[in-house]
Design a protein around this ligand. Sequence first.
Ligand code: FES
Length: 141
Amino acid sequence: MYSEKVMEHFHNPRNVGEIEDADGIGNVGNPRCGDIMKMYLKIEDDTIVDVKFKTFGCGSAIASSSMATELIKGKTIDEAMNITNKAVAGALDGLPPIKMHCSILAEQAIKSALLDYSQKSGVHIDGLEDFDPTDDPHDHH
Ligand code: FES
């Protein structure tokens, strides 16, 4: 049911923890399963120089957040904005259909952290205009 990569990231998640002086903190949750995800970004000159996460949730959510942090580390804000949940799931060699929403939580955590950064720093980020961190991930697959 789960790919080796999902299992590997679940057992050995990357970038777990907090960044005390984070430039942006994302906080998202899925009201239906109750899983919550927090993402911390350190941003310098438009580049995500460090990222950490804390996920209280299912194995797929932990694997998705681990992979998401790996995908955005060292990337520019625009590149991180372009990371979709499908890219996260694809990098994990897929997730079972009923677990796709767990990867959506990871995409939302990235965007939520970038939104926080944008609000705190006054830096405009294209593509965040329509982002609503309280959207229920189950509603769009
Ligand atoms: Fe809710 Fe995985 S079951 S995030």
